[in-house]
Ligand binder design. Structure first.
Ligand code: AMP
Ligand code: GLY
Length: 427
């Protein structure tokens, strides 16, 4: 079997690690890949946005399964293009990827599907947005409609902060066309959790819950990042509640997208706020989260390629997901300064030693392999992930692995998993 993974993050290293465990995988390509994928697969220098180049490569190599990791190629229609070329590709069509690519579209679909979400207004001009702010008042959440690499959301606690956010979106052009349309949402209070499900257009199979840590510093302080660490399961959404939650936040979306003639296939990721009124959807992603993917794939015992092919073929109703009982937790190491500007090129040592800690896997992200030396090449550099009998043990092992690593000018959060441990009475 020949497999092509698209992307260059920790998620893609984890996907390659999992897919590579399959005995019949003869060729494993990652485009463009990173320093970690370079040692377990063949990196191919094609950008994730180069849909034509990716299709041409997949055709030339007679690839049997394509797995796009990030949202960009999905919103650009890589699944549609691969399908037109007769190449099985796991993920949503461009029509479905709009659930992530446009927050206004996602809101409209949620309303049509009856999915609980924050009340929101959608605006394309400053004056009507201002009128909404005068009527409702802070706290409010201001969101750019389009893709903004996780940075297009401002939680504004005062009216002045709301106006500053509107300035940023409408006037400074900081988000370009992504902010031509802006959503202003009711501020929701609660603990966040993610529910990711495999989908084949009709059937949704939920994975166990996961929790990301978006803020850069301990205690959820500082600006939002792509994610500083994640763990699974999150006690705020226990296994016993997964099916019921998928009935509320996932399956109605599948039904609505099918009704529109654009059935959803791939991973549907529901970002939830567990409020006192019940769960409310903050956002949908149409792919694995990064870093949620790393702990989730360490817990998935099923053959990933088989599950993905069942999604592509519409046979998910014949599949049972086999999940590792143990907990998993991943801690991200970043370059100092991230998510602002940061240095590159620092050497990273101790990866092998880290992986000698029981169950630890180091999934690389912003790295490159240069003359046998792994060097930093991005903001989020790697994710040290471990399994444990419980969340506490997974956390202890992941941080023990991190201790073995060294990189100049690095930073980590030291409290990954803390909310879960508190909920379990273990911290
Ligand atoms: P999103 O990209 O929509 O998930 O937003 C990014 C982050 O902003 C979320 O993970 C939340 O921490 C926060 N956020 C988004 N929407 C809301 C909301 N309505 N109320 C409170 N926080 C929110
Ligand atoms: N970690 C959140 C995301 O991948 O969007």
């Amino acid at each position: 079997m020949r497999v092509l993974i698209i992307g260059s993050g920790g998620r893609e290293h984890a996907l390659a690690w999992k897919i590579g465990q399959r005995a019949d995988v003869t060729e494993l390509y990652v485009a463009p890949g990173n320093g970690g994928t370079a040692s377990i697969a063949k990196n191919v220098p094609i950008k994730d946005s180069d849909v034509e180049g990716l299709v041409a490569f997949a055709k030339e190599k007679a690839v049997d399964l394509v797995i796009p990791g990030p949202e960009l190629p999905l919103t650009l229609g890589v699944v549609d293009a691969m399908q037109a070329a007769g190449i099985p590709c796991f993920g949503p069509s461009a029509a479905c990827a709009k659930l992530e690519g446009s927050k206004a579209f996602a809101k409209e679909v949620m309303r049509a599907a009856g999915v609980p979400t924050a009340a929101a207004g959608v605006f394309s001009d400053r004056a009507s947005a201002e009128a909404f702010v005068r009527e409702h008042g802070a706290p409010l959440v201001v969101k750019a409609d389009g893709l903004a690499a996780g940075k297009g959301v401002v939680v504004a606690m005062t009216d002045d902060e709301v106006r500053a956010a509107l300035d940023l979106m409408f006037e400074s052009n900081a988000f370009g066309a992504a902010a031509d349309t802006v959503l202003i949402e009711e501020f929701l209070k609660g603990e966040e959790v993610s529910l990711l499900s495999f989908c084949d257009g009709k059937t949704a199979l939920p994975l166990p819950s996961a929790q990301d840590h978006k803020a850069v510093f301990d205690g959820d302080k500082g600006p939002n990042t792509g994610g500083m660490g994640a763990y699974s399961p999150a006690p705020v959404l226990p296994d016993a509640d997964l099916e019921a939650m998928a009935d509320i936040v996932t399956r109605p979306i599948l039904a609505e997208m099918a009704r529109r003639g654009t059935p959803f296939k791939g991973i549907l990721y529901a970002g939830l706020m567990m409020t006192v009124e019940g769960p409310k959807v903050l956002e949908y992603n149409v792919r694995f989260g990064d870093p949620e993917c790393q702990p989730l794939l360490m817990r998935l015992r099923s053959d990933l390629a088989d599950v993905m092919k069942a999604c592509v073929d519409g046979r998910l109703d014949t599949v049972d997901l086999e999940i590792e009982e143990r907990s998993a937790l991943g801690v991200v190491l970043t370059a100092k300064g991230y998510p602002g500007s940061y240095p590159k090129g620092m050497p990273i040592t101790g990866i092998e030693e880290a992986e000698k800690v029981e169950t630890v896997q180091v999934f690389q992200a912003g790295t490159k392999l240069e003359d046998g030396c792994v060097r930093a090449n991005g903001g989020r550099v790697l994710c040290v992930t471990a399994l444990g009998a419980d969340l506490k043990e997974a956390q202890t092992r992941a941080y023990a692995g991190m201790e073995k690593l060294s990189m100049p000018d690095s930073q980590i959060r030291t409290d990954i998993g803390l909310k879960g441990l508190r909920r379990l009475g273990l911290a």
